[in-house]
Design a protein around this ligand. Structure first.
Ligand code: S3P
Length: 426
């Protein structure tokens, strides 16, 4: 548990940890490449450590040094059968992406995870993988993990995904590495494209047109150096804190601003927030920049449609911003939030109500009538890292004391979150 109080201004500079999505992929794709992949600014959060553990279990040598990770790739067909069940912990990205890889191997495997993972929907990957000829089964018969996968030769498909999900898209594209022809995935809206960018930079033949990505099978992937930019989903908590707490000014260094992830920046501007994007760089197709925010008076906005996948993980903290903004914010088309590490729609509505916000849940989002002053409360994180950090930020701008239960769950994506927050509080 953690107690957080009304904050004085936040000031200073911060480098947030490496991007979670990119860190996972660097280990996975580096394992399937030949030669060594060197990863710098890797996120050593519990989720990415689950990915490392799984690939070690399949014979990949992964060396963790102080400031870099070295993955000694084994090539597309070099993984070996794991001697025990692969434990994906709390990580949906590990579970869904690894399933696509395992479907095309010449061995059988089983994967599982924590109580949250064992409730999250895996039917969304089971269905396309079966269309490719994969043998994949939910052992509890409810389309959730644990999963048993018997590696098979796979068929190429053109898959029309019903959800804009990078995990589903990536799972099918990874299975496509082992298929008998080009495999395509079309999404209803474009989700994050880190898989497409990184596989291309390792040598895969991949084309992207609109919301369709197509991959050719059996590429020769070659290990490379990958510098992971700061995670915009982690930066989001400090962007919000800087905007909300009067007198604050925060410079966040080298944050990934891939256009498929930058929705929060667009929302901040739409709400009237002061945000400068400085020192833009590009590495392996991934754009990054320094982000400077200053406290601002914010107003409500509407979040919907194709914007949603570009800020899906930031919606909890955007709800907090909206509660402190003047006027009404409406969030639509965000039903995916119900199947994240927790039901983030219900939990944000419940927690912000407890703090005194005027907020109402809808079928696919929420309506927040902002501008009421918030007060401290006891908040259950439900062991969801982004819920814990969102309420920590809300607490900074609320009156009195907020107690966050199971606050340590931040170690999933941001182990040093409370230390970094303290550092900016002057
Ligand atoms: C991720 C994709 C998103 C996101 C998750 C990470 C990824 O999930 O919410 O935190 O790395 O591909 P969905 O694919 O379920 O939208």
């Amino acid at each position: 548990m953690k107690f957080i109080h009304t904050a004085k201004p936040l000031k200073g500079e911060l480098s947030v940890p490496g991007d979670k999505s990119i860190s996972h992929r660097a280990v996975m794709f580096g394992s399937l490449a030949s030669g060594t992949t060197e990863i710098t600014h890797f996120l050593k959060g519990a989720d990415c450590l689950s990915t490392i553990r799984c690939f070690r279990q399949m014979g990949v040598e992964i060396e963790e040094q102080k400031d870099r990770i070295l993955v000694r790739g084994r090539g597309l067909h070099g993984l070996s059968a794991p001697s025990s069940v692969l434990d994906c912990g709390n990580s949906g990205t590990t579970t869904r992406l690894i399933s696509g890889i395992l479907a095309g191997q010449s061995f059988s495997s089983q994967l599982t995870g924590d109580a949250s993972i064992r409730k999250r929907p895996m039917g969304r990957i089971i269905r396309p993988l079966r269309q490719m000829g994969a043998s994949i089964e939910s052992l509890s018969g409810n389309d959730c993990a644990p999963l048993r996968i018997e590696g098979q030769p796979l068929h190429a498909i053109s898959y029309d995904s019903p959800v804009a999900s990078a995990q589903v898209k990536s799972c099918v594209l990874l299975a496509g590495l082992y298929a008998d022809g080009p495999t395509s995935v079309t999404e209803p809206a474009l989700s994050r494209n880190h898989t497409e960018l990184m596989l291309s930079s390792l040598g895969a033949e991949l084309t992207c047109r609109g919301t369709t990505a197509t991959i050719n099978p059996e590429p020769v992937l070659t290990g490379t150096s990958i510098h992971v930019p700061g995670d915009i989903s982690s930066a989001a908590f400090f962007l919000a804190a800087g905007l909300m707490v009067p007198g604050s000014e925060i410079l966040l260094k080298n944050v990934g601003i891939n256009p498929t992830r930058d929705g929060i920046l667009r929302v901040i501007r739409a709400m009237g927030g002061s945000l400068e994007i400085l020192n833009r760089t590009n590495s392996g197709g991934e754009e990054a920049a320094d982000l400077l925010v200053r406290s601002s008076s914010l107003h409500g906005t509407v979040l919907e449609g194709e914007l949603i996948p570009t800020l899906i993980d930031e919606i909890p903290v955007i709800a907090v911003l909206a509660a402190f903004a003047e006027g009404t914010t409406i969030i639509r088309n965000a039903e995916e939030l119900k199947v994240k590490e927790s039901n983030r729609l219900d939990i944000m509505v419940d927690g912000l109500s407890r703090m005194g916000a005027d907020i109402e849940g809808t079928d696919d989002g929420m309506i927040i009538r902002g501008g009421k002053s918030l007060h401290g409360a006891v908040i259950d994180s439900h062991l969801d890292h982004r819920i814990a950090m969102s309420f920590a930020v809300a607490a900074l701008a609320a009156d009195g004391e907020t107690e966050i239960l199971d606050a340590d769950c931040v170690n999933i994506s941001y182990p040093e979150f409370y230390r970094d927050l303290k550092m900016l509080l002057i």
